[in-house]
Design a protein around this ligand. Structure first.
Ligand SMILES: *[C@@H]1O[C@H](CO)[C@@H](O)[C@H](O)[C@H]1NC(C)=O
Ligand SMILES: *[C@@H]1O[C@H](CO)[C@@H](O)[C@H](O)[C@H]1NC(C)=O
Ligand SMILES: *[C@@H]1O[C@H](CO)[C@@H](O)[C@H](O)[C@H]1NC(C)=O
Length: 274
């Protein structure tokens, strides 16, 4: 396996389909974003990939943004840029296509581990491989927050989130403004102010916080809010969720980060199930 870069970069090859799978593509199981098995595979011009947001007549909603070069990125203040290369390709004469991927680990829809803002947690190994999958998977509320404020203590209190609720995905003005679809990092996004973060820690049972832009913390309180939320190492932050067209309400959320020891962040695939 290629080795992991020490800090924010994630680099590994994506194994291509095995030769045997490629040879029996008509029988290959359905993979979203690949050829629709109902297409007639004998006609190459009809091999149109199917990409979906919702599966099983609405039973599964994908709340993950596609990782594309156009996504906004904190690291560049612009876009993510090229993330995929194809060093081994059929067109070059290799037997398979094997792409290589390189991207900041906090790209697009991603998770933060405690080592993101606490250096002693980073050194002690509180990376994404140590996050509790039970927190990342289970009943979750999708709620709308007032559109005219950042998430302050007053806003948190007004949401009246009942005790016992452990997972909340906060939809904000960020979704209305389509910030994840812009080609720059917009520092005017809505997020938690330090007092809102404190209120959540002190008055709720929330352990999974999801939000619809690249940081749960408002830019003005970027570090203070992260420190408050990650200090106990009990709360997991999922950022950059795609909450467009998702009715507010109760779902089961399923989020799985990559298993990357040493990484304080990771792209994550999140879905909601009814
Ligand atoms: C294989 O690589 C070629 C470039 O050599 C590319 O055009 C083609 O889309 C790739 N096929 C797959 C299945 O990724
Ligand atoms: C892929 O093809 C290139 C160009 O022909 C060659 O140099 C390289 O060794 C091949 N790699 C593999 C893994 O087959
Ligand atoms: C939220 O805070 C940011 C600065 O962190 C600010 O630019 C933005 O206008 C605020 N949004 C609202 C709705 O108050």
């Amino acid at each position: 396996m290629p080795r992991l870069h020490p800090h924010h970069l994630l680099l590994f090859t994506l194994a291509s389909l095995s030769l045997s799978a490629a040879a029996t593509s008509a029988a290959y199981p359905t993979i979203p974003g690949t050829a629709d098995p109902t297409d007639d595979c004998s006609e190459p011009e009809r091999l149109v990939p199917v990409r979906q947001e919702v599966y099983g007549n609405g039973k599964i909603i994908d709340i993950t943004h596609r990782i594309t070069p156009e996504l906004p990125a904190y690291e560049t203040m612009g876009t993510v840029g090229q993330i995929l290369w194809l060093p081994i390709s059929i067109k070059k004469g290799n037997l398979t296509n094997n792409s290589e991927m390189k991207l900041p680990s906090h790209t697009g829809t991603h998770v933060d581990a405690p080592g993101h803002v606490f250096d002693h947690y980073f050194d002690a190994g509180f990376d994404v491989d140590t996050l509790d999958l039970e927190v990342l998977n289970g009943p979750a509320l999708v709620i709308d927050v007032p559109r005219d404020k950042n998430i302050t203590a007053e806003v948190m209190e007004s949401l009246e989130i009942p005790k016992g609720v452990r997972r909340v995905l906060f939809r904000t003005l960020n979704t209305d403004r389509g910030l994840m679809y812009k080609n720059f990092f917009d520092t005017s996004y809505v997020g938690f102010m330090e007092d809102g973060a404190k209120w959540l820690v002190e008055n709720t049972d929330i352990k999974l916080i999801g939000i619809d832009y690249l940081s749960v913390a408002a830019f003005d309180d970027l570090i203070p809010s992260h420190l408050v939320l990650l200090k106990s190492r009990e709360i997991i932050l999922v950022e950059g969720l795609k909450l467009d067209d998702v009715p507010a309400g109760l779902y089961n959320v399923h989020c799985l980060p990559l298993r990357l020891p040493g990484a304080e962040g990771s792209p994550i695939r999140c879905i909601l199930m009814k």
